[in-house]
Design a protein around this ligand. Structure first.
Ligand SMILES: Cc1ncc(COP(=O)(O)O)c(C=O)c1O
Length: 436
């Protein structure tokens, strides 16, 4: 290791998130620098950031305009809270975010995707309460879904390993089946089959009574569960069933928000409008933690019927609308607009799809999925689930590419700044790894 990069200690004190700590410590992979699409590890290796941080650095790393905005804000106003007082920069950030989402007039700020999901679920419950429908207590999620790790998001989430250690969670939940169908393997973009899986929601309405269900939450393109674009017609059908039964539809756009599908939000790409949207990650290009829940006018107005001196919603975080996060958000949205990164994502979606599907006949590849600038290459399971994915991740690191293994799927979500040459760079590293 070059002595210019100090590794501070035995790496034991930091209890790392979602990490097999003993595996990590066998061969610690440590990054100390980032610029554009590339990281540098402490041992001097250049790595293509094929996961855009963790689906969040949409403008690439260390964009000078975002860095400067954060520095300036820290010097001007480091912190002021927003409980019955406020600061202009949070209001500016809110208007900029809602400005990207026609039909959504308000945003509630949080600090992460997990907090956004729990906030959205609470807003849904409270919305029905305010409208005299307090019997709507059931929250519906979907198998394979990832909605973060707080109690609500975990309850509606659909990844068993994440839930198993924690018991009952929120008691009134039900789950739709996932949309991963073998007959859809190697679909380019949205798969043809599976719209009828949305009828699971109708079955839950028949079973429990549609009038007992508060909300259904889905990722428009599921991400952390392994990248599953929605089957054609699926989201439309969910919307229709929600409308028939007065159920709120929540799109969890923590990954898809801020350009990943070629539009600001995926609901625009799919032409299906939910009632609430959760977002985070790309909102500040991941520089300062920030998330949000976007709501329609109709949802917001349900909260304005109580006494004027009472809080509309008994919910909020010390750091909701933090000045640094707000400044980072405004600068990030400026960069996305001025440098046309959403448009670039739309333009690069076809070369991205072509590159991924060119890997189809390589040994051990059993499925490839993609939408916008997100994709997954699923490998044949060999040994325990996850072994093949982990081995490929390790091999790719050595070849200078970071991918995210989810089970045996290698997930990719590079910065939206990506060029054709860089797509080919990712492709050639994947080809090298998978051919070996
Ligand atoms: C769809 C979705 N929702 C929620 C989350 C949780 O976000 P965070 O890790 O910021 O809490 C994630 C994180 O990947 C996500 O993909």
């Amino acid at each position: 290791m070059p002595d210019t990069v100090r590794v501070p200690n035995d790496l034991d004190s930091f209890w790392m998130p979602f990490t097999a700590s003993r595996w990590f410590k066998d061969n610690p992979r440590l990054i100390h620098k980032a610029e554009g699409c590339y990281y540098t590890s402490v041992d001097g290796k250049t790595l293509f950031d094929g996961t855009g941080g963790l689906w969040c650095c949409n403008a690439g790393h260390a964009h000078p305009r975002i860095t400067e905005a954060i520095q300036r804000q820290a010097a001007d106003l480091d912190f002021a809270h927003n409980f019955n007082q406020g600061h202009p920069v949070a209001f500016e950030a809110a208007a900029r975010v809602t400005g990207l989402a026609p039909g959504f007039d308000h945003v509630f700020f949080t600090n992460s995707g997990s907090e956004s999901v729990d906030t959205a679920l609470k807003i849904a419950l409270a919305y029905h309460h305010h409208r005299g429908e307090g019997q709507r207590r059931m929250l519906v999620g979907r198998e394979k879904a990832y909605h973060g790790i707080n109690f609500g998001g975990l309850s509606v989430g659909g990844l068993g390993l994440n839930k198993g250690q924690f018991g009952t969670l929120y008691p009134a939940t039900a789950h739709l089946r996932h949309t991963s169908l073998p007959e859809n393997a190697f679909s380019r973009g949205m798969p043809e089959k599976g719209a009828d899986l949305a009828d699971d929601l109708q079955r839950l309405c028949d079973l429990h009574g549609g009038h007992t269900i508060a909300a259904v939450i889905v990722e428009p393109v599921s991400g952390a569960g392994g990248v599953y674009p929605p089957p054609k017609g699926y989201l439309e059908r969910l919307r229709e069933i929600c409308d028939n039964h007065g159920i709120l539809l929540i799109f969890d756009e923590v990954i898809t928000g801020f350009g990943r599908t070629g539009n600001a939000f995926a609901y625009q790409s799919f032409g299906v409008k939910p009632d609430l949207i959760t977002c985070a990650k790309g909102m500040t290009n991941a520089t300062v933690p920030m998330g949000g829940v976007l709501v329609t006018k109709e949802v917001r107005e349900a909260f304005l019927s109580g006494p004027a001196k009472m809080p509309d919603l008994f919910h909020g975080y010390t750091y909701s609308g933090h000045p640094l996060a707000s400044a980072a958000c405004i600068a990030t949205l400026d960069v996305y607009r001025d440098e046309g990164f959403f448009e670039n994502a739309a333009a690069m979606a076809a070369p991205w799809e072509d590159m991924l599907h060119s890997l189809k006949n390589l040994p051990g590849v059993v499925d490839i999925r993609n939408y916008g600038i997100v994709g997954a290459v699923q490998l044949e399971t060999k040994g325990a689930v996850g072994d093949a994915g982990r081995a490929a991740y390790e091999g790719l690191w050595e070849k200078g590419l970071i991918a995210r293994p989810v089970g045996d799927s290698l997930c990719l979500s590079p910065p939206l700044t990506i060029t054709k040459d860089q797509i080919e760079e990712i492709g050639s590293k994947l080809r090298h790894q998978l051919s070996g």
